[in-house]
Write a protein that binds this ligand. Structure first.
Ligand code: KDG
Ligand code: MG
Length: 402
């Protein structure tokens, strides 16, 4: 199974996606998701200029060797752009190998460890009535676990809050939108929101919350403790993720489970967090952490410490990346939960998918490989559009984590 071509396809049906399309001499096509939200073109260039020419003529079966070749061979190891590019190659090769074997990919990863993957959806609203409506809509769609985000009185625009429909992380804008932040207002407001949600929806529903890296360690510790009565499934990204030591301080003060890692791209980002049991869930995306090969290693390492998966799955993970997450999640022993934000109708026409969402559980399907096909005709209708994630400023204009 020799690689004949590796082509990068950029399309923007409902948002930007970058897909690597690897074709072999036996006529198989493997797909990998290389989308890096708001920095898409950097991965396009990395793949097209530096990686695709090296893939042509290689044996597509040699997944581990290709991974090491791209990781070690670059000299400049790790980093989001490099690791997103390696992820795309890795997932495309797994897709090809499983297609060649005539099996859904999870079979090559050890087979199914469960019959379905518990998925959580995103509820949000500017006030309690609209937040409750958003939660009810997700429950009606079948979700059995819900992330709860809400506006904060006194702050005009904050990240991750949708209107009647789900929010989209990046705007199609020429420059980042500036949003507002004030940690004291947020810390005062949030516990009351969870108290109201528990009072309305009862004690059983798993509830999650994402802080988006916005608190100092001691503020995060205080929040974790204040939310303990509401029994969160997890508190995500409570402090800036690059500071692993910060989680130790949070951990000393609260038993609220902690999740982190959507901005990580290597096992080295997790080493202290896992070995010292400072977190409960690994939030990496297959698409940003070196693909199935590397995220599987991270999860196996985490599993030794009782830490589970919580693979990243917002809309900037394409259906290709989502399928990869589902195959891996179905196979690993220490699955925790899968994030699932549905894509728009145009995206579903560009990417034909075999994965399903039924009664709150996801399944990658039984098609050979990843089970996703890319329609070049549909993709060609939607050229790249400049898009950026927002930035966050305090009231005095200081740039803040978001
Ligand atoms: O690209 C950034 C988004 O994927 C991210 O902000 C979404 O925090 C997020 C989440 O947990 O899904
Ligand atoms: Mg997050």
């Amino acid at each position: 199974m020799i690689i004949e071509s590796a082509e990068v396809v950029v399309t923007s049906p409902d948002r930007n996606f970058v897909t690597l399309r690897v074709t072999t001499d036996d006529g198989l096509v493997g797909l990998g998701d290389a989308t890096l939200n708001g920095r898409e073109q950097s991965v396009v260039a990395y793949l097209a200029e530096h990686v695709a020419p090296l893939l042509v003529g290689r044996d597509a079966h040699r997944i581990e060797d290709t991974w090491q070749f791209l990781y070690r061979g670059a000299y400049w190891r790790r980093g989001p752009v490099t690791m997103a590019a390696i992820s795309a190659v890795d997932v495309a090769l797994w897709d090809l190998k499983a297609q060649a074997a005539g099996m859904p990919l999870y079979q090559l990863l050890g087979g199914a460890s469960r019959s379905g993957l518990l998925a959580y959806g995103h509820a949000s609203g500017p006030d309690l009535p609209s937040l409750f409506d958003s939660i009810r809509r997700l429950l009606a769609e079948g979700y059995r676990a819900i992330r709860v985000q809400t506006s904060v009185p006194g702050l005009d625009r904050i990240y991750g809050i949708g209107g009647p429909v789900a929010y989209e992380p990046a705007g199609r804008v020429a420059a980042p939108v500036e949003e507002d932040w004030d940690s004291r207002s947020y810390l005062r407001h949030l516990p009351g929101v969870f108290e109201a949600v528990r009072a309305e929806f009862g004690p059983e529903l798993p509830l999650l919350h994402d802080v988006h890296h916005r608190l100092t360690p001691i503020e995060a510790a205080r929040l974790g403790r204040a939310l303990e009565p509401y029994d969160l499934f997890w508190l995500e990204d409570c402090t800036p993720a690059e500071d692993q030591e910060a989680l130790r301080l949070v951990r000393q003060h609260t038993t609220t489970p902690l999740a982190i890692g959507e901005v990580f791209n290597s096992v080295y980002d997790y080493r202290q967090l896992i070995a010292d049991r400072l977190i409960d869930y690994v939030r990496s995306a297959v698409t940003h952490t070196g693909g199935i090969t590397h995220l599987k290693r991270i999860l196996e390492y985490a599993g030794q410490y009782g830490i589970k998966s919580g693979i990243h799955g917002p809309t900037d993970i394409s259906p290709v990346g989502m399928a990869a997450a589902l195959h891996l999640g179905l196979a690993v022993h220490n699955f925790g939960i899968q994030e699932y934000m549905k894509h728009g109708a145009r995206t579903d026409l560009v990417f034909e998918q075999s994965f399903s969402f039924t009664d709150g559980l996801m399944h990658p399907g039984s098609s050979p490989g990843l089970g996703v096909r890319l329609s070049l005709d549909e993709a060609g209708k939607y050229p790249y559009q400049t898009a950026y994630l927002p930035i966050n400023r305090l009231k005095d204009g200081t740039l803040h984590d978001w």
